[in-house]
Structures are given as structure tokens and as C-alpha cells.
Design a protein around this ligand. Structure first.
Ligand SMILES: [Zn+2]
Length: 215
């Protein structure tokens, strides 16, 4: 006679499940993306992400304070630029939106970890993540610019960088440049993989980005 196992003993109630579960999800596992729009006056709802708004740059500190009140300690700022050009040069300036966002957050709450998105698509008129040549994104020229952008972010006070463009050689080049410039303590959150999932298309409401790998 065969024995049929019905192993539900360890999950029959909350107490058992808390005891034996392998994984837990807390606020420390989550990063809050925030979308900061320069020269904006009021919050604008992002209709693809119910409950998420583009926040005017002038209200950034207020936003950070309310996230802090909720216990959130990690934010990923994305710039919504009104100063785009073909290169995305605004983001290479120490007075550009990227650097200003980082400085404002750190000044507002110094123990809020700032993990800016590192990419050009928010700052280029064509919307590509990097340098476009003959209809193609040029990998190596894009990496060069992303390295410059990373140094601007590190200088502004970023704790960790989140390069999202998936260029080959990107993470190694940024790590090398950070170390050479004395930013050995600035970490990199590498988007090791992107899936066609709700996490990446373009973030789930209420909002969490999974940490893929930390270098
Ligand atoms: Zn991008």
C-alpha cells in the first residue's frame, strides 16, 4: 500500500509559517523609485502606475520627509528633465537635475540611501539610453558617458548607483572609474538581468524594484 504524504503540518497556521519560512520581505528589501520633474508646479499622476506621481523638484524634500516617516530608507530618483538634448548633457553637469536631486535628498535626510538611476533616456531628446550612431546605440561611447554621469552622481553624494542601460562592460567601467576617483565606498546596483515582467514594465504600483546584484 503506498503512503500519500500531505505535508501541511508546517504551514497550518501563521505561527508555524513564521517559524519555518525561508524568505521574508521587509522594508529593508525594497527601494522606492521617485520621479522628479524639474520646473513643475504640481504633482502629476502617472496613469500607468496608479498612486505614483511625478513630483515637482521644489517638493522633493517634502516627499523625502513623508517617505522617511513611513520607514523608507532607500530611494531611487529618476529625473524628468525639461532640458533634453541629443547627448543628455544636462545629466553630465554638477548643476544638472541628477546632481541636484541627489544633493537635495541627502541634505533633507542624510541617512536616506540614495540610489539614482544611471542612464540617459530621461535626458535625451531621442529617448535612447545612450549615444546613437547610424541608427544604432553605440555601446562603448555610451559606456564612456555613463562613466562620466556616474562620477557626477558620486560627487553629488549618491550612496549607490543603479545603471540600467544594460551596455556591455558597463559595471566594470563604472567600478574602475569610481575607485580611481576615490569613490571606493559608492556601491553599484547592477541590473544583472531584465525580464519582460511587471517589475520592469515600467515598475509595479506602490513600488518596488528588486535588487539584482550589488557590486
Ligand atoms: Zn535608459
Amino acid at each position: 500500500m503506498s503512503i500519500v504524504h500531505r505535508p501541511r503540518r508546517m504551514r497550518k497556521n501563521n505561527e508555524f509559517r513564521q517559524l519555518v519560512k525561508e524568505n521574508g520581505l521587509t522594508l529593508s528589501d525594497l527601494v522606492q523609485p521617485i520621479f522628479i520633474e524639474e520646473d513643475a508646479i504640481e504633482r502629476t499622476p502617472i496613469k500607468e502606475m496608479p498612486g505614483i506621481y511625478r513630483i515637482p523638484e521644489s517638493l522633493l524634500c517634502e516627499e523625502i520627509e513623508s517617505l522617511y516617516e513611513l520607514g523608507i530608507r532607500y530611494v531611487m530618483p529618476f529625473g524628468v528633465s525639461h532640458n533634453k538634448d541629443g547627448l543628455g548633457s544636462d545629466t553630465l553637469s554638477s548643476d544638472g537635475l541628477l546632481a541636484r536631486m541627489i544633493r537635495t535628498i541627502k541634505k533633507c535626510k542624510s541617512d536616506m540611501l540614495v540610489i539614482p538611476d544611471i542612464c540617459f533616456c530621461e535626458y535625451t531628446t531621442h529617448g535612447h539610453c545612450g549615444v546613437v550612431a547610424e541608427g544604432q546605440v553605440d555601446n562603448d561611447k555610451t559606456v564612456e558617458n555613463l562613466v562620466k554621469q556616474s562620477l557626477v552622481a558620486a560627487q553629488a553624494g549618491a550612496d549607490m548607483l543603479a545603471p540600467s542601460s544594460m551596455m556591455d562592460g558597463l559595471v566594470g567601467a563604472i567600478r574602475h572609474a569610481l575607485d580611481k576617483s576615490g569613490y571606493t565606498e559608492v556601491a553599484i546596483l547592477a541590473h544583472a538581468v531584465k525580464f519582460s515582467s511587471a517589475f520592469m514594465a515600467h515598475f509595479v504600483p506602490q513600488l518596488t524594484v528588486s535588487l539584482k546584484a550589488i557590486v
